[in-house]
Design a binder for this molecule. Structure first.
Ligand code: IPE
Ligand code: IPE
Ligand code: MG
Length: 253
């Protein structure tokens, strides 16, 4: 099913949505391999099923009115996987971009790619560039795909960029503060830190995801593998978020 077939929320779904929704949701989409193994399938089958969850969750986030959805699709460390798995993941990305291009346009979703995307295979880079250019002016939702991404790698490139500005004489080190650093990160394009970070598959770690940006994110861990993470599971995570009290270091009102 494509985005446009069901972008209007059902009465049931919208009435179940909590009032306090996160503006920015970030997801560590994990468990594709284990999902496949349990079914006697190959890891690539797990990734293909995972791509269907991406479609479902993007649709639902758009319907719910979430401002930014950031998806951890491929980490810098995932390059250490077998070459065939890596190739399969990027060919799935090309298929995803081709099949969703019209829907992203129709629903005014802006696509951004975060990470060392210059390392990606050429077909993936070209497909990404096309959809990113196509959707640049959209404002209904930002969909950020983290590709060849690592939180430490982002901090390293930001440090290098600031050091170069100091060397060029355009930046005074004494003026560097949190916002200077945040503006130098790849994630500066996302318009704010994640309010909610979800990880699927039962693992409870960040695996180098949004290390700086998650300082005050609410964390929700779901035991469900990513290929099984669909509308009901997303709704449960949004409800868990709504039940949290965020204090940001202050005393509760
Ligand atoms: C998530 O599923 C997809 C990527 C990290 C690219 P995994 O491939 O990590 O699945 P598991 O963790 O081996 O089950
Ligand atoms: C994190 O999952 C990366 C993505 C979801 C893209 P991994 O499966 O690579 O993480 P680890 O190895 O379990 O920490
Ligand atoms: Mg994994």
């Amino acid at each position: 099913m494509r985005l446009h077939e069901s972008v209007t929320s059902t009465k049931d779904e919208s009435s179940a949505l909590p009032a306090a929704l996160p503006r920015h949701v970030a997801i560590i989409m994990d468990g594709n391999g284990r999902w496949a193994k349990r079914r006697g399938l190959g890891r690539s089958d797990g990734h293909r099923a995972g791509a269907e969850s991406v479609r479902a969750i993007v649709r639902m986030a758009r319907r719910a009115g979430i401002g930014t959805l950031t998806l951890y699709a491929f980490s810098e460390q995932n390059w250490s996987r077998p070459a065939t798995e890596v190739q399969g993941l990027f060919s799935l990305l090309v298929d995803f971009l081709a099949s969703e291009r019209d829907e992203l346009r129709r629903h005014e979703i802006r696509l951004v790619a975060i990470g060392h995307t210059d390392k990606l295979p050429l077909p993936a880079r070209l497909a990404l560039r096309k959809v990113v250019d196509d959707t640049r002016a959209h404002t209904a939702m930002t969909l950020a795909l983290c590709l060849s991404y690592g939180g430490r790698e982002d901090l390293v490139q930001a440090a290098r960029s600031l050091a170069e500005q100091v060397r060029a004489g355009t930046l005074d080190p004494a003026t560097i503060d949190e916002s200077t650093l945040a503006r130098s990160l790849w994630t500066a394009r996302l318009g704010g830190d994640p309010d909610l970070v979800i990880r699927t598959s039962g693992e409870q770690r960040l695996s180098n995801f949004l290390l700086w940006e998650s300082a005050y994110a609410e964390l929700v861990f779901s035991d469900v593998d990513w290929p099984d993470f669909r509308e009901a599971e997303f709704l449960a995570a949004l409800q868990a978020f709504a039940g949290r009290q965020r204090r940001f270091g202050a005393v509760a009102a």
